[in-house]
Design a protein around this ligand. Structure first.
Ligand code: G6P
Length: 572
């Protein structure tokens, strides 16, 4: 949700920022902009639309900041695109987050004679910096500005020729390379230059030309670390889209996710003694809900909750509660806020997160890494199966069962991807003009059906609704008419009842697609997947990811950057 990137060093800055912003554009692609410190002063270039479709601005500069936007305050226009500058054009700011008291600050600044050009909350920052910079030294001006800001932010500023940074509530990480310093929302933007990083904490601020990092008035120590992410994984290579690449990578990533250390045992011990809540948003919520069935079988009552709707559970959270926080990015604000509330009540946090150094990876009592490598496509694919693999591993540990079955499932993934590709392509051609798709399943395959519908709608813009198969007859069946596609997920535990529901829609003319280890006359199209007991949902996701991908292509949609979405949602 908005990506920011700054560079100061020996190299030409604009090409680095331009290239890095492209890597960050999964965080938002409504507009983009770069501001460079040049001999002639600050020079700015902004455009509406996706940076990957634009030409690079040419500025002679070794210090610059850039932004790729997911609009929150103000329409998608060039005026609202970042960087935002003070009136004299000497201070520039790029920002990720929301300044909640922006309206009050704006009124106060307007009273002081400041004139605003955009509708954004961000624009108060350069004006505030301007106000204080006229009265104080750089450090004091920045610190005083921070004291006035309420909300969440990570921002970079070009302030009197210096590159300043600050974070509170939105991610910011420094990349230390031999040629200079990068400061970014996310590691992939500078991964091709360095893997040496310093992850900033909330409240941190400073200037790129100093080695000191401050929190309030104190100098703080933030150790550097070497990231394990491989730069090649953040590249598309020969694939037409990251989505397809990341779907195919599941041949390895499921296996990697299963390769965990002693933390699984510690987490399993904690879980078996407590009341458990599984939190997530979007796909991460769905995978948590799928896993809750398996945990229940192992005797663990794990309550799945959307992080944004966690409040009703809060009165029941205490020191005996365990929160499993699921998040690919580790920066989803809804999850972070829910975890914070739970922590206040002494709950223990187990986070299952993909992005190293992210807020949720660092803020947990036990952090289990997904090990999927950078996931660049906005849609969660390899991170979803990694989450399922890890949650199953946890359940196996609780039950003292060997994880062999999960390894068997991981070994099946390449076969499932290869086998279902052709049929997914054909189906996409057939379904490309359909208005609605329904997806149904029972037990863990019910939240799986919801995840399938989410995948289809977010990437192809076809209306899709996923529900427990038993609920279909309580309302949604009214929408079934001849030709409406219904995707049915079934396995050996749920088949008998689910097939009854499939027959009910078939009797009303629905076009039934069965994702099942066995074929059945109810299915007009059958996509065969192996039935590997509790690992079946993980494999059932693969054909649906492929179908969604090919539907997007058939309909001319960009699978990596669906409209209006952002990969990392750092606002509530
Ligand atoms: C956004 C993305 C979804 C993702 C959700 C949760 O809404 O568009 O694809 O599932 O965030 O992200 P997380 O990083 O917390 O797993």
């Amino acid at each position: 949700m908005c990506g920011i990137l700054g560079y100061e060093g020996a190299l030409q800055a604009t090409p680095l920022i331009f290239k890095g912003l492209k890597q960050l554009s999964y965080r938002g692609y409504d507009s983009w902009g770069i501001c460079a410190q040049t001999k002639k002063g600050l020079q700015t270039f902004k455009r509406v639309g996706d940076i990957t479709k634009s030409n690079e601005p040419k500025f002679d500069s070794t210090k610059a900041i850039g932004h790729t936007r997911w609009a929150t305050h103000g329409k998608v226009t060039q005026k609202n695109a970042h960087p935002h500058l003070n009136e004299s054009g000497t201070i520039a700011v790029v920002h990720n987050g929301i300044i909640e008291n922006a309206d009050d600050l704006r009124l106060a600044l307007e009273d002081e004679g400041y004139k605003f050009k955009s509708e954004t909350d961000t624009e108060v920052i350069p004006h505030l910096l301007d106000y204080f910079a006229k009265r104080y030294d750089d450090h004091t001006a920045l610190l005083k500005t921070l004291k006035h800001l309420k909300g969440s932010y990570a921002f970079l500023a070009l302030l009197k020729g210096r590159l300043a940074f600050a974070r509170d509530g939105s991610p910011l990480v420094i990349g230390l390379s031999n040629s200079g310093k990068f400061i970014s929302s996310d590691i992939p933007s500078f991964l091709h230059h360095t893997r040496k990083t310093i992850v900033l904490e909330d409240g941190d601020w400073g200037f790129a030309d100093e080695d000191r990092i401050y929190s309030g008035k104190e100098i703080v120590s933030r150790p550097a670390r070497i990231e394990s992410w491989d730069v090649e994984v953040a590249k598309k290579g020969t694939y037409p889209h990251f989505m397809l690449k990341e779907i195919e990578e599941q041949q390895m990533t499921i296996r990697k996710a299963l390769n965990q250390d002693g933390r699984i045992k510690i987490a399993a011990d904690l879980l078996s003694r407590s009341e458990v809540y599984i939190l997530g948003c979007g796909t991460s919520y769905n995978t948590g809900a799928i896993a809750s069935y398996e945990l229940a079988k192992a005797g663990i009552r794990a309550i799945p909750s959307l992080a944004s709707e966690f409040e009703p559970h809060l009165p029941f959270i205490n020191e005996d509660s365990i929160i499993i926080a699921l998040s690919q990015s580790g920066e989803t604000k809804d999850v972070i806020d829910a975890v914070r509330e739970a922590k206040k009540k002494q709950a223990k946090i187990i986070s299952i997160v993909n992005t190293p150094g992210s807020t949720l990876a660092r803020g947990a009592d036990i952090h289990i890494p997904m090990k999927s490598g950078p996931e660049i496509c906005v849609l969660s694919t390899k991170s979803a199966t990694a989450q399922l693999a890890i949650l199953s591993l946890l359940t196996h540990e609780i039950e003292n069962k060997s994880p062999d079955l999960l390894r068997e499932a991981a070994a099946c993934a390449p076969h499932v991807i290869a086998q279902t590709k052709r049929v997914a392509k054909q189906l996409a051609k057939k379904l490309k003009d359909t208005r609605s798709i329904f997806t149904i399943g029972r037990g863990p395959l019910a939240p799986l059906a919801r995840e399938a519908a989410l995948k289809i709608k977010e990437v192809s813009y076809i209306h899709a609704e996923g529900m427990p198969a038993g609920e279909l007859k309580h309302g949604p069946i009214a929408l079934i008419e001849p030709g409406v596609p219904v995707i049915v997920f079934a396995d050996s535990n749920t088949r008998t009842l689910t097939i009854s529901n499939a027959l009910e829609v078939k009797a009303r003319g629905a076009y039934v697609i069965g994702i099942d280890s066995k074929n059945h006359p109810a299915y007009d199209t059958h996509i065969q997947i192996p039935d590997i007991e509790e690992a079946t949902p993980m494999l059932a996701l693969l054909p649906i990811q492929l179908l969604s991908y090919y539907l997007a292509l058939e309909r001319g949609c960009d699978p990596d950057k669906p409209r209006n979405l952002a990969k990392s949602v750092t606002v509530r």
